[in-house]
Design a protein around this ligand. Structure first.
Ligand code: FAD
Length: 491
C-alpha cells in the first residue's frame, strides 16, 4: 500500500518568478517523471527578500490569473497558498506523500540562502528540492575574470558571455505533447483574491492602476510583445532605442521579471528572425547587449546582496545627500519644471513604466541636480515600476549615482534640457504626459511658458517653474562629488 502510494505520489512544481509553462525546466522534469503534477504558488507576506512594490503586486495578481488559465487548458489548475513556504511545502509533502519539489532559483542571494536551508530541512524529511535555472542565460558564479574574480566591469563581462556561447541556443525545450498528468486528489486552494494584493500608493487617491493597460501580464502577453517587437521594432532598435517619442523598445522587462518568457527563448526567436532577414542583425546585436546588462546586474547582486541599500563603492558611504522632502515630492509627482523629467515621472505614475533614456535622465536629476540620496529614488521606482527588479533597479540607480560597479563617471550630469531636445526633438513624448504641452523648438527643455496647464490630482495648476537652476545644480553636483570622492578614483 505504502509502495503504491509512493509510486503515484505527485510532484510539486513550485512557481516563483517563473510564471510560464513553456521552456520551463521544472515542468519538463515533472512531466518526464510521469507523476501527477501539483502546480503551486505561495504568497509569503514576510519573504526572505525585499517585499514586492505596489505595481509589481498588480502585475503578479494578473500573471497568476493568466497562469491559472493556461494550466486549466491542460486540465490542471494553480494551487494557491498563503504563508511561510517551508511550512506549506512540508505539510503538503506529508499529506500527499510528495518526495520531489521543483522550483526556480531566484538569484536573489537572501532567497538563495533561505532555499539552501529549506532544501536541507526537506532532505532530512526525505523530500528533494530541485532548484533550477529558468531565469538567466548564465547564472552568477559561472563566468569569472582572468584573475578568477566575479566581473565588475560590463564590457569584459559581455565578451566573456558571448564567448561562453550562452547567447545562442540551438534547441528549445518546450512542453511535450503528452497530456498533463492529473493528480488523483487535489489539495485545497485559495482564490487569487484571497491573497489580498492591495496596491496602494500616494500621492494620488485615484485608481492608479487603470492606465497599466499598455501591458498584458502572462505568458501569452510576453509572446505577443516579443512578436510585435520582432515585426515592428528590431530593425530600428539600434538607432532608435534612445528615443522615447518613437517607443521602439521591446517592453519585455516586466515579462522577464516575472519569468513569463525566458531570455533563451527571446534570443532564439531573434536568431530565427535574423536568419531570414539580415536587416535585423544590427538591432539583434544591440538587443543582446541590453539583455547582457540584466545578466551583469544579477552578477552584481550576487556580489552585494544589499544592493538596494548599500553603496557598491564604499567610498560613497559618507556622501552628504541633501534632505529636501519638498523637492523629492516634486520629483515623484513630475513637478520639477523640467519637462523631460516630469514627463518621465508621470509616465511612470500613469503606466507603471518609463523609457530607459528617461529613467537615466530622471534618476540623474534626483541624485545630481537635487543631490537627493539615490536610495529614495530607487525605492520610488521599486514601488511604481511594473518591471521593478531586485538586480536591475538598484544596479541602474547605483550606475547613475556613480556609486555602482562600472558606474557613470561623476562628471556626467545629464542636462535635462539638451537631452529633451536630442531624444524627443518634436516634443511628442512630452506632450503625451504633460497636459497642455506645446512644443517650442527654441525652448526645448524646461520652459518659462506661463500659460501651460496640466492636470494634477483634482486641480489645474500652472506648469511649475524649475525647482532648481540647471547651471547652479550642475556646479553644485560637481563640487559635491569632487569633495567627497577619493581623488585617485578620478585621476
Ligand atoms: P529593451 O530595450 O527592449 O531591453 C530588453 C531587455 O533588456 C529589458 O527588458 C531588460 O530586461 C534588459 N535591459 C535593458 N536595459 C537594461 C539595463 N540598463 N540594465 C539591465 N537590464 C536591461 N530594468 C528592469 O528590468 N527593472 C528595473 O527595475 C529597472 N530599473 C531601472 C532604473 C533606472 C534608474 C534605470 C536607468 C534603468 C532601469 N532599468 C530597469 C533598465 C531599463 O531601463 C529597462 O530594462 C528597460 O527600460 C525596459 O524596457 P524594455 O523591456 O522595452 O527594454
Amino acid at each position: 500500500m505504502t509502495e503504491k502510494r509512493t509510486h503515484f505520489a505527485p510532484v510539486i512544481v513550485w512557481f516563483r518568478f517563473d510564471l510560464r509553462l513553456h521552456d520551463h525546466a521544472g515542468i519538463r522534469a515533472a512531466l518526464e517523471s510521469g507523476r501527477p503534477i501539483l502546480p503551486l504558488y505561495i504568497w509569503d507576506e514576510n519573504p526572505a527578500t525585499r517585499p514586492l512594490g505596489a505595481a509589481s503586486k498588480w502585475w503578479l495578481n494578473r500573471s497568476l490569473e493568466a497562469l491559472n488559465q493556461d494550466l486549466q487548458k491542460h486540465g490542471s489548475r494553480l494551487i494557491l497558498e498563503r504563508g511561510n513556504a517551508r511550512i506549506i511545502l512540508t505539510s503538503m509533502a506529508k499529506e500527499y506523500g510528495i518526495k520531489t519539489i521543483y522550483c526556480s532559483q531566484t538569484f536573489d542571494p537572501k532567497n538563495e540562502h533561505n532555499d539552501w536551508e529549506m532544501a536541507d530541512e526537506l532532505a532530512a524529511a526525505g523530500i528533494k528540492l530541485y532548484r533550477l535555472n529558468n531565469t538567466l542565460l548564465v547564472p552568477p558564479g559561472t563566468l569569472y575574470t582572468q584573475g578568477g574574480k566575479p566581473f565588475r566591469v560590463f564590457t569584459p563581462f559581455y565578451k566573456s558571455l558571448l564567448a561562453s556561447g550562452a547567447c545562442y541556443i540551438d534547441t528549445l525545450p518546450d512542453l511535450p505533447a503528452k497530456p498533463w498528468p492529473q493528480p488523483t486528489k487535489w489539495p485545497k486552494s485559495l482564490k487569487i483574491s484571497a491573497l489580498g494584493f492591495q496596491p496602494a500608493l500616494t500621492p494620488s487617491g485615484r485608481d492608479w492602476s487603470s492606465n497599466f493597460d499598455r501591458f498584458k501580464p502572462g505568458e501569452a502577453g510576453a509572446r505577443s510583445a516579443l512578436k510585435h517587437f520582432l515585426k515592428n521594432s528590431l530593425q530600428t532598435y539600434e538607432s532608435d532605442r534612445d528615443r522615447p517619442d518613437l517607443d521602439v523598445t521591446s517592453h519585455l522587462s516586466p515579462h522577464l521579471r516575472f519569468g513569463e518568457i525566458s531570455p533563451q527563448r527571446i534570443l532564439h526567436e531573434i536568431a530565427q528572425a535574423t536568419q531570414t532577414d539580415h536587416r535585423l542583425t544590427t538591432g539583434a546585436a544591440k538587443f543582446h547587449a541590453e539583455l547582457a546588462w540584466r545578466e551583469f546586474s544579477y552578477g552584481l547582486l550576487a556580489q552585494q546582496p544589499r544592493l538596494h541599500v548599500a553603496n557598491f563603492r564604499r567610498d560613497f558611504d559618507h556622501f552628504e545627500w541633501r534632505h529636501d522632502d519638498a523637492q523629492f515630492r516634486a520629483w515623484c509627482r513630475g513637478e520639477t519644471g523640467y519637462e523631460l523629467v516630469d514627463a518621465g515621472m508621470r509616465e511612470l505614475w500613469q503606466t507603471g513604466y518609463m523609457h530607459n533614456r528617461v529613467r537615466m535622465v530622471a534618476a540623474s536629476f534626483l541624485v545630481k541636480h537635487l543631490l537627493i540620496d539615490w536610495r529614495r529614488g530607487e525605492q520610488w521606482f521599486w514601488d511604481c515600476l511594473l518591471d521593478a527588479d531586485p538586480a536591475n533597479n538598484p544596479a541602474s540607480w547605483q550606475w547613475v549615482a556613480g556609486c555602482g560597479a562600472d558606474a557613470a563617471p561623476y562628471f556626467r550630469v545629464f542636462n535635462p534640457i539638451t537631452q529633451a531636445a536630442k531624444f524627443d526633438p518634436k516634443g511628442l513624448y512630452r506632450s503625451r504626459y504633460i497636459q497642455g504641452y506645446t512644443h517650442s523648438p527654441t525652448d526645448a527643455g524646461h520652459t518659462k511658458k506661463q500659460a501651460e496647464l496640466f492636470e494634477s490630482t483634482d486641480t489645474f495648476l500652472k506648469y511649475p517653474q524649475p525647482v532648481v537652476d540647471h547651471v547652479f545644480a550642475r556646479d553644485r553636483a560637481l563640487q559635491a562629488y569632487k569633495n567627497r570622492m577619493a581623488d585617485e578614483e578620478y585621476e
